[in-house]
Design a protein around this ligand. Sequence first.
Ligand SMILES: C[S@@+](CC[C@H](N)C(=O)[O-])C[C@H]1O[C@@H](n2cnc3c(N)ncnc32)[C@H](O)[C@@H]1O
Length: 663
Amino acid sequence: MEIPTQLESFCQSLSSDILEHVTEALRGLSSIDGLNRPVLRFELFLDDAVDDGGNDSHGSKHDVVPATRRPLISKRLDLSGARASVEELPVPPAPTAPLVPAAPLPPPAPSPSPSTKPEHLSPSPTLCASEPPSPRSDSPSESYPRRKGIGGLRPARPEITVIDGVDSQRQMQVPARSFPKRMKVDDDAVATLREASLDKFIVGIWEQIYGGIDLDPQSILEQWQAAASAATTADVPAPRAISDHTTGHNPSSFGLLPAAAGPAEVSGSFNQSNSFCRRVTQASRTCRSIEVVVQARWIEHFEAYVETVASSNPSLSTKKCRKAALLEACHDFGWTEKDMRNRMRIWAGYKEIKDAGGWAALVFAGMGIYRFCKYRIGFDGESTAQRLQALRPRLEVAADTLHPSWRRLLGVVGEPCAPRFVGHPHDWVVFPSYGGGGGGGGGGGSDEPVPLRATYLGRDPGFSFEHLDESVVDVRAWGGDDPRWVPPPITTAGPGVVTFTCRSCGQQQSDDAKLNGCYCFPVLFGGPRAATPVQVFRTSNGRNNGLQALTPFDRGMAVGEFVGFVTNGLQDVDVFNSSTASHPYQIWQGRQGNYTRFVNHSCRPNAQFQSFVWMSTERIVLVSKGIGAGEEITVDYSESYWRGLDKECLCGESCCRYRTGGV
Ligand SMILES: C[S@@+](CC[C@H](N)C(=O)[O-])C[C@H]1O[C@@H](n2cnc3c(N)ncnc32)[C@H](O)[C@@H]1O
């Protein structure tokens, strides 16, 4: 049973690929123009070279296909115009057993709420059922009308059957296009020092927050101690103020001693040195955070002191009062006036950033903040302040939920330590300012984030959403099996040895980073995962929520995996249809899932869903087609989703295909 199943699956993907390439090659051929309805016919036969007298595929005997012979695959691709479609030609029934014996479908999940209202009839733009709605009782029929692909040539996947008799399909699926390719790196390109700019600065903050930096104060204090002892050894002045607060950890237990001599020791000392180097690197980043916090606060003390000097010396001009305070500071710091002024200019920048973007902007600004405040390229007062102000609550949501104890660092300057936002990062819906550019913040305004649940309650009082990292398989539908399982390719590794070879790059896949050689989607598979820099935001035009990129996602890069409840038989709710060679299945995100659940449709999308097999399990990956920082992430839900749906597309694109009144 397995071999024909694999063969069929192979034929499907082969035909999709061939059709796509041939179609590309035929584009613009004048001979097509002469045809009323040009089609490309593609058939695949399994043949016996002996029976036909040894003629190869160019031989005359192959020119006439016996009527009785059944093609393994038969497809016809409509080439007329930009609108193209693929139709499955009916394959004549085989005289013997079919190539793919009908796989017994798992029983559909029983409906806990039989009265579930078809959602397309309600005004709600969201998923409303509190439980998976009732499965379809009718089975797919062969006679259903063929689906038309729009906006590109998309060989249909026969496993994803369009079911007739319902008004709306609401089914998303993987388009049969290839992965968006990553941009080629120009090896000869000369690296140039790019200007610091506000956009870059803001992206830098998001990267720090989402980059897995460890801001656990306990370990920070230890790391500070480590950094202090390392810095002292290197004859660099050690940080003073905070080292007084250390836990009393023995500094001699840290250190980067010379590499050990014997192989046994090398391994141990390498691990030790990894740990030490990581801690010091972390510490210097963290120390940097504490440093900028203290320096921003110092500027406030300075300004307050100037005022005190002025009030106690009313005859002195403000300039003179400032000079007096400055000279006093020079004395205490041991710096020249010039040095002091230079530093104060930079520290004043830190304060401006803190005043507008909040402490989170400062703490997570990373190393770029110094250059940004020193050269002030793109740091133009009013508008910078407005953009940072608009970002402030969004930065706090991310910082509080991803680093719940980061505010304890603010204890150094006497600020409150309790987080403002608790829970999962996507438990909060943020409000971008719609007037502005990249980085997620426009000019002015800083609407407070609202709990995710609150944005659905009006339409669905029972709304709840569980955030998942991995999909959950519906045991009622699939028993103990995972329908996404695909048999691993046969390898020569030896009996009993299972290796997983990537179907895209041909490299070995493993969850063990040492063994893994597949880097198709390194942010998702084969290594440690970091939080993805995206936020759920409130759209401005009636689409409820959407997903916004906080940093750029290069073309070909994974944005995330479409994670949800792996089930079957759902109807009238937004659902993702996919299929392995043996099982069609659905992924439903109505009550469980990840951030990909908030991706809206656009007729000019900047991302697309792709099927990818990781260690013998099919995954649906949201792949970037090139997404800029601050852009909404969108996909094309496809024709099958919109067909018959009582909703208008609000993507706002000039090429919008699902809006009756025009854009
Ligand atoms: C997978 S959800 C996307 C997130 C959704 N906006 C929300 O707030 O939960 C799909 C739903 O979003 C809405 N939607 C997505 N794209 C849309 C578009 N281009 N026009 C109108 N509604 C859209 C529809 O209500 C659809 O049922």
